[in-house]
Ligand binder design. Sequence first.
Ligand code: PMP
Length: 468
Amino acid sequence: MNEPRPALDIRALMKQHAGRNYELHSEHVNPANVRTLRTIGFDRCYVRAEGPCLWDVEGTKYLDFLSGYGVFSLGRNHPEVRRVLTDFLNADYPSLVKMEAPLLSGLLAQELKKRMPNQLDMVFFTNSGTEGVETAIKYAKCATGKPAILHCQKSFHGLTYGALSLNGDESFREGFGPFMPDCRKIPFNDLEALEKELHKGDVAGFIVEPVQGKGVNLPAPGYLRDAAALCRKHGALFIDDEVQSGMGRTGRFLAIEHEGDVDPDIVILSKALSGGFVPVGAVLCKKWIHEKVFSSMSRSVVHSATFSQGSFAMAAGLAALDVIDRHGLVQKAEHFGNRLGEGLRAMIPRYEFLKEVRWRGLMIGIEFGSPKSLTLKAAWALMHKLDKSLFPQAAIMPLLDKHHIITQVAGHNIDVIKLLPPLIISEEDVQWFLKGFEDVLAGMHKFPGPAWDVIADIGRMTVTGRAR
Ligand code: PMP
C-alpha cells in the first residue's frame, strides 16, 4: 500500500506556486479579467499584507487605498482580530448547529443595535452585501404588501437578481434581462421624482446609498431626511444601504448620521463588518417589519441561509467592533478623510484636469474634467472619443507603477477615481498618497509626454483587445 500523502502545508504550497497567479486564472478562472489587469499593469502577485500595505512577490511594498472595495477598514490581518479568531478556533466552539439559537449572533446583534442612530430592533445576518439587499427587498414587499421598489440612477446594490434589478448602471445589466418587475429608477437627489413615484401607491420601499459608491456622489443637504419622511407618509420603507459607507468609513458609524435625524426602516451592513476575515453582512430592521415576515412559528425560518450566523463570522464581527471602538477608527476616518480631501482640493487651482474632490470621511472621489488650455482640451477630447473610461485609468496606472499605490476607477464611463483607504492610515500614508498623486497629475499635464503615450497605448490595446 502507498504511504499516505503528507497533510497540506499551505505555506509551502503558496511558496511553491508564487507568481503563477495569472497563468492559473487565464486557464481556470477568468481570462478576460487577466487580460484587463495585464493591459493596465495591475497584474502583480501579492504575497504579504499588513495594515494599510501589501507586498508583491518581488518584495515591493504598496499602499492599499482600495481596501478590497472597502472590506479592510481595519487594515489587513489586524493582530487583535486575528488573536480573537485564533482563540475562537482553539476553543472547539460549535457553529451552525441550526436547531438552536447561537450565542454569538445574539451578542453581535446586540452590539450592532447599540451603534444605530435610531430604533432598529431585529438583526438578520447574511454572507454578503447583495444578500442583505435581497433580504431588504423581501422584507419590504412582505411588510407592506406592495410590489414596487424604487432605486436611484447610478446606484449599486450588488449583482444577484433582485439587487441587479435595482442597479443604476446598464453596463452591469447587459445580457441578463429580464429583471424583477416593478423596479423603478429615479434620479439621486430628486425629491420631486421620488414623490411622483410614491404617489402611485404601489411602492414597498426606496433603497438608497447615503453616499453613492459609483462616482462617490453625495446627497444634497436634507435630501435623505426628506426622502425618509416622504416614504413614511406614503407607507413605503426607507432602506439605507450602508454596505460600503457603514461601519465608520465616512466618519460616523453610519453615513446617514451626517444627514441629521433620519429614521431608516432598514439598514444594510456588510464589507468591513468582520474586519475582512470572513464574508458577513447584517440587516437591521424595525420590529413591526420583522413581525410581518416571521409572523408565526411555521414562518420562523421563512427567510434564512445555511451559513447565516456562523460562529467564526460572528466572533470576527465582535472583534472588529471592539477594534473600531478602542482605536477610535470612526474619528480617524473623519480626520484623515479631511486631510486627504483638503490636500487634494488644494491642487485644483494648479491642475486643469482636476475638476472636483468629494468626500465623506475616507470615501473619496476625485473627478477629472475637460481642461481650459487648447492643446490639453484636444488631448482630452481625443481620449474620450477612444474610450470613455480611459482617462482615469491613465491616472491609476502610474499611481501603481511609479508610486506603488493601489486605487480604482469609480465606475464605467465616468472620470472619477475612488479612494477607500483603511481607517488605520497614518499621516505618513496621507503624504505618500498626496505626493504620488500630484506627481501623476503633473505628468498628465505635459502634452505631448510619456503619460500620454501610455494612455494612447492602452487605448489601442483596448480597441484591438490585445494585452501587453
Ligand atoms: N451595496 C453597496 C452599496 C455596495 O457597495 C455593494 C458592493 N460594492 C453591495 C451592496 C454588494 O455587496 P457584495 O459585493 O458583498 O454582494
